[in-house]
Design a protein around this ligand. Structure first.
Ligand code: CAA
Length: 387
């Protein structure tokens, strides 16, 4: 593996860092308090090409690789993990799935505006009674004589739920076939019978928008079926493999942001007659945090390189997500500890990293699910090697 970043990668990282510092950071504290969605920021990110980073220019995207995506996600999430998740869902879970499985007509109609950031999308797999056990979709899509489907059911915890215009929705279209009867659909905001539920009041990533959705006899035209009928579960899982690289990078950004604040603070704060970074207790914490951040970064880049090389990245994406989300929580906690009492108040910004980090162990597959994915994949690889 070659982790040497190219000049193009460094330029993208720099552009993302400058945008994060100049355009995102100034309003992040206020949006964390109010829960206001970062509408203008997302519009600007669209204009700069960050909302469809990996989509081909033919379909309105920037045609960049996954390494660039990891670098940008870290920079944005360092200052505001809410912006990070909006961007990640649009890029990984919405644009990617339409570009990979959509027809040319669907790409023209849906992907172009999504990739250029004119509108944003949402990915709807979780339900009130279905989270980790995602094969058990209770939302139904019943085939009608004219080829359309009638959708009924509910979805939960939907990122970009109130702000999206297009929703990738997974539903059981052939009952009795289990996960092989699940189909993916593109549902548009405003379709009769499609209701947007209330926005959740969350612990962290407070200015991202998360809500429930309801479907009552929503008529979905046949040309809104995404991929083959019955292929939906596979599509959902393959989409999440890439999504997990995005969330791993978001977690990395939360960790590196908290770590950088901690390092800076140790130069400013004095105790026992010297800056606290001269105390071994603090130095050990900084060293541990540095190792964790760097290891998470390498796992994220490793997964991205595998994806860019068109190699299997299921295990690598899950490892990156599992590790980066674990250390994001640990590093955020230690960064607050380094700040002492000041770390516990909003004025010093670092407390938000603890609240933002927690969700990275839950969404796009809990840490427990990542363990399952990694173990199954490594055993499969072992068996293949043994012939
Ligand atoms: N990549 C590709 N295919 C996969 C896969 C993966 N990671 N995981 C499973 N599959 C395939 C299997 O190969 C199998 O295919 P076949 O039928 O052809 O053999 C099929 O899917 C069923 O898989 P399993 O038999 O392994 O099913 P299972 O029930 O034992 O396990 C699971 C499935 C791994 C637990 C899966 O349900 C899962 O990943 N659950 C977590 C769901 C999740 O991540 N939800 C996140 C919600 S989205 C979100 O959070 C977005 C947001 O807003 C931020």
């Amino acid at each position: 593996m070659n982790f040497q970043l190219s000049e193009d990668h460094i330029a993208i990282q720099q552009a993302a860092r400058e945008f994060a510092e100049n355009e995102i950071a100034p309003s992040a504290v206020e949006r964390d308090k109010t829960g206001e969605f970062p509408t203008e920021i997302i519009q600007k990110l669209g204009e700069l090409g960050f909302m469809g980073m990996m989509v081909s220019p033919e379909w309105g995207g920037s045609g960049l690789d996954c390494v660039s995506y990891v670098l940008a996600m870290e920079e944005f999430s360092k200052v505001d993990a809410s912006v990070g998740v909006v961007l990640s869902v649009n890029n990984s879970l919405v644009c990617w799935v339409i570009e990979t499985f959509g027809t040319a007509e669907q790409k023209e109609k849906f992907l172009k505006p999504l990739a250029s950031g004119k509108v944003i999308g949402a990915y709807c797999l979780s339900e009130p009674g279905v989270g980790s056990d995602a094969t058990q979709q209770a939302t139904t899509a019943t085939l009608q004589p004219d080829g359309s489907y009638l959708m009924n059911g509910a979805k939960n915890w939907i990122t970009n739920g109130t702000t999206a215009t297009h929703y990738i929705v997974f539903a059981q279209s052939e009952p009795g076939k289990g996960h092989k009867g699940i189909t993916a659909f593109i549902v548009d905001k405003g379709m009769p019978g499609f209701e947007i539920g209330h926005k959740e009041d969350k612990l962290g990533i407070r200015s991202s928008d998360t809500c429930s959705l309801g479907f009552t006899d929503v008529r979905i035209p046949a040309d809104h079926v995404l991929g083959a009928v019955g292929q939906g579960f596979k599509i959902a899982m393959e989409t999440l493999n890439g999504g997990r690289i995005g969330i791993a990078s978001q977690a990395l950004g939360i960790a590196s942001g908290a770590f950088e604040k901690a390092v800076k603070y140790t130069f400013e704060r004095h105790a026992f007659g010297k800056p606290i970074n001269q105390l071994q207790a603090i130095q050990f914490k900084l060293a541990d945090m540095q190792v964790k951040v760097e290891a998470a970064r390498l796992l994220c880049l490793n997964a991205a390189l595998k994806k860019d090389a068109h190699e299997s990245y299921i295990k690598e994406a899950a490892m990156a997500k599992l590790y980066a989300s674990t250390i994001a929580n640990e590093v955020a906690n230690q960064a607050v500890q380094v700040h002492g009492g000041y770390g516990y108040v909003r004025e010093y910004l670092v407390e938000r990293s603890i609240r933002d980090a927690k969700i990275t162990e839950i969404y796009e597959g809990t840490s427990e699910i990542q363990h399952i994915v990694i173990a199954r994949q490594l055993l499969k690889e072992y068996e293949l090697q043994q012939g």
